[in-house]
Design a protein around this ligand. Sequence first.
Ligand code: UD1
Length: 383
Amino acid sequence: MVKILNVVGARPNFMKMAPIIAALDRRPNEVSQSLAHTGQHYDEAMSAVFFGDLGIPEPDIHLETRSGTPTRQMARMMTAFEEVLIARQPDWVVVVGDVNSTIACALVASKLNVRVAHVEAGLRSFDREMPEEINRVLTDQIADLLLTPSADADANLLREGLPIERIVRVGNVMIDTLFQQIERARSSTILDELELRRGEFAALTLHRPSNVDDPKSLSRICSAVGEIARQLPVIFPAHPRTQARMREFGVDAPAGVRVIAPLGYLDFLQLWSNARMALTDSGGLQEETTALGVPCLTLRENTERPITIEQGTNRLVGSDPARIIGAAREILSGVVPYAGRAPELWDGHAADRIVDTLIARAGGSYKSSEPCAAFAASPSRKN
Ligand code: UD1
């Protein structure tokens, strides 16, 4: 029996972990699993609603770390997670994505010689000013198993000197969730509630520090979006960070832009999949729009998901109003210069491939010593 401890912490983790938990549940004779929630995101709207929407079981472990500076929050996570690992002694810790919880828990596991599997390994924006880029690079360096979504991710890892034996391309697990939930999302009433019709509005998300923590770039983006909103309404489910910054900087939403609270998974899926276009700085939405063929304008200068541009519906437009407005006008006039096909292995079965790999490699030779038990004998053995 392979013992697996899954970790989630922030909103973009939940849709990646849900299909892995379900796939592990289908193998009860081979694996046992538990789930730890670090509490990085804690609001009903940022966390709890996703457990209901995605059928994720109540976490076995709550680390309750909540707000604070990222460093304080991560320090609390790490201290609490160390106790959990010592008590539970899993064969694998599974972390997903690139949030602060991902690196915090991966690092603790590494210190205790517990094997770490990183789902969504190898993505790189090559922008070290993004906190998530640092989280990606460091998590991949210490993970024992690098489960990648696409060939570009494999190439990034090899370029960083990671051994090929650690890399397994499994595809995009978030697309598993998308395909599993799309029918249920169709019964969401969000379009009626907001009085919207398919194809007659745009969906906006914005929360990156580089966009929202700087009053100038926040104002520039808002003015561009305001211009687009003259042609079609823009619906903006706003992240708590963004709402706080808009209040702090006195930046008002322009006419035609409707700011609403963050949505759950099903309502949000129903919203963006019916939109004429998505405007976003999120990583996940770039992939999801590619999978369903919805035009996406990414309000960043770089992306860690270049495949969504090469093969999908994504286009980088940065925060320059002229570029944003120009690209939106092209979409509105029917010029959509996108290839628009789903990349290989974005097929709804990534989680099964992940579970196969975890089982096959549980007894592998990545660690020179036994997990956890070694810690009890010598806590400072691995510095
Ligand atoms: C985090 C992730 C980012 C991800 C995003 C999606 C990191 C480094 N970043 O950014 O990759 O795309 O989540 O949502 O991990 N807050 C609340 N309620 C909550 C959660 C947060 O009010 O439930 C507040 C926090 O107190 C903080 C702000 O929102 O003031 C930002 O939260 P934080 O977890 O630091 O990072 P995100 O910006 O959400």
